[in-house]
Design a protein around this ligand. Structure first.
Ligand SMILES: [Fe+2]
Ligand SMILES: [Fe+2]
Length: 493
């Protein structure tokens, strides 16, 4: 948190001072002029020592005063003087402008010592300010409590939005009466922002503390410098901001990594599912549609008050991610069977009916080998049981009713619906009315009646999904022929 800012017009001197800072183990940044240096301070660099060439102060005296008062109160300034500027530097120190000076012709170890001393001086000054504040011990307890709650709460947040809201709430406790806001984003796609704001509207004079992560700046804390009730931000307030920024930055980084991993996993799973699908590729966007129908069904069931103890937000997220895996096991079915035109022989059909077990086996191995893929256990259920029937007449196990996992019952309907409403080379698609009637007939024997009822209530939304995710190259066969029935070649859906 404590850093040294070095400002000198000569790169050699900047490098010399950076090396001295490294020797005393304090992080440092170097600049060649005051404007660049003040930009760093305003950007929330959290500096405790400013080591600056007296010439760089020329013409910037007021700007520096203003900048330090707002952004780095209590900072120790050390003048870096060439021998010929020593007399002037001494005057400036006497005038109270700087805390001390260093003769650049002296050894680097001396500068390292002085920088260390300057940093210590900054700490003492801050502590003195703290102790002279009669409300400090009380505030100290509250601040500790708020920071403790923040670090605990950040662990539990599962979205960047929730983290932004939690950090904003903590800032409100720590810096009452002030306008505060927290913005979080992914440095790789900064367009999508997660924002929370509290307190009075933000004015024109703001302190911004960037949240540094290994991927770049991933957000910022913004606090209004002025407040009618409590006046300007003081040194303690600035420190407090950094105390909030540190855990928030690491929590943001963790969350970004988690999202990244999740995207990579999802991409891999979808690629695997596509490989399976491509072998008998009859419908380009079948997997995406099944996934969205499954989401529609899960949300609909919950809205209608069915299976509410099972359908959590996490369940919905997993069903969306895992639905495309339903036919993964088809990778194990020989081309001669999978791609056969015409009816399958009983032996071929028996082979085809092993695809659920193959899918479950493949996914089980993935889950066993990678703890991060725990959510794929739902994919395993879906792959294994999507051809089970409500009446127990399905395959591969013959499970009945609610013994069939809910995820698999949901995907069973989604898969059938998509097969009925999508034209394939060997059949036409069905009209909306014919599909409704057919699903009604499957209710209670093939499909879970509650799922069918919930889905039919939302048939318009399903039609909209189908329209949106229509295959880019529609088959040449007509898409809607009333009363048409598919002449299936006997393959599994
Ligand atoms: Fe299947
Ligand atoms: Fe399918």
């Amino acid at each position: 948190m404590d850093r040294i800012l070095i400002v000198h017009p000569q790169p050699d001197s900047v490098e010399f001072a950076l090396e001295a800072a490294r020797e005393c183990g304090i992080p440092a940044q170097g600049c060649l002029d005051s404007e660049a240096a003040m930009r760093l301070v305003r950007g929330g660099g959290s500096f405790s020592v400013l080591a600056i060439d007296p010439d760089c102060l020329e013409g910037y005296q007021n700007d520096w005063d203003r900048c330090l008062e707002v952004h780095a109160p209590g900072l120790s300034a050390l003048l870096l003087c060439q021998p010929e500027a020593l007399a002037r530097g001494t005057e400036l120190v006497k005038g109270g402008l700087a805390w001390g000076l260093f003769d650049l012709s002296e050894p680097r170890a001396t500068l390292a010592q002085q920088l260390e001393e300057a940093a210590r001086e900054n700490q003492l000054r801050l502590r003195a300010g703290w102790e002279s504040d009669p409300s400090a011990p009380m505030l100290h307890t509250q601040a500790l409590e708020a920071l403790y709650q923040l670090s605990l709460g950040l662990f539990e947040c599962v979205t960047l939005q929730a983290m932004a809201e939690l950090a904003t709430a903590s800032l409100q406790i720590l810096l009452p009466e002030r306008g505060v806001s927290v913005d979080l984003w992914d440095p790789r796609s900064p367009v999508e922002r997660f924002r929370a704001q509290a307190g009075p509207d933000l004015g024109a004079e703001l302190v911004r503390v960037p949240l540094d992560t290994s991927a770049g700046v991933a957000g910022e804390l913004v606090v209004d410098v002025r407040s009618n009730e409590t006046g300007r931000l003081g040194p303690r307030d600035i420190r407090t901001l950094y105390l909030v920024a540190a855990p928030l930055a690491s929590a943001t980084q963790n969350e970004l990594h988690r999202r990244e991993r999740e995207r990579a996993q999802q991409g891999t799973l979808l690629a695997m599912a596509k490989v399976a699908e491509m072998r008998d590729n009859e419908t380009g966007q079948h997997l995406q549609r099944v996934s969205q129908y499954a989401e529609l069904i899960a949300r609909g069931l919950r809205e209608d008050g069915h299976y509410v103890d099972q359908i959590t937000d996490a369940f919905i997220k997993d069903v969306v991610r895992c639905a495309p895996l339903h036919d993964l096991g088809k990778v194990a079915i020989p081309d001669a069977v999978l791609l056969k035109r015409g009816r399958l022989t009983p032996e071929e059909w028996a082979l085809m009916k092993t695809h659920p077990e193959w899918g479950a086996r493949l996914l089980r191995e993935m889950v066993e080998e990678n703890a991060d893929l725990a959510f794929v256990s739902m994919g395993q259920e879906i792959a294994h049981f999507h051809h089970e029937r409500w009446d127990g007449q399905g395959y591969p196990v013959g499970l009945q009713g609610e013994a069939i996992p809910l995820s698999a019952r949901i995907v069973a309907l989604a898969d059938i619906y998509d097969a009925l409403t999508t034209p394939r080379p060997y059949k036409l698609s069905w009209s909306v009315e014919a599909v409704r009637e057919h699903l009604g007939n499957l209710s209670g024997n093939h499909l879970d009646p509650k799922i069918v009822a919930s889905f039919l209530k939302r048939a318009d939304a399903a039609v909209e999904i189908q329209r949106r995710l229509m295959d880019r190259e529609p088959k040449r066969l007509p898409t809607h022929v009333d009363g048409a029935h598919p002449s299936s070649n006997g393959k599994a859906a």
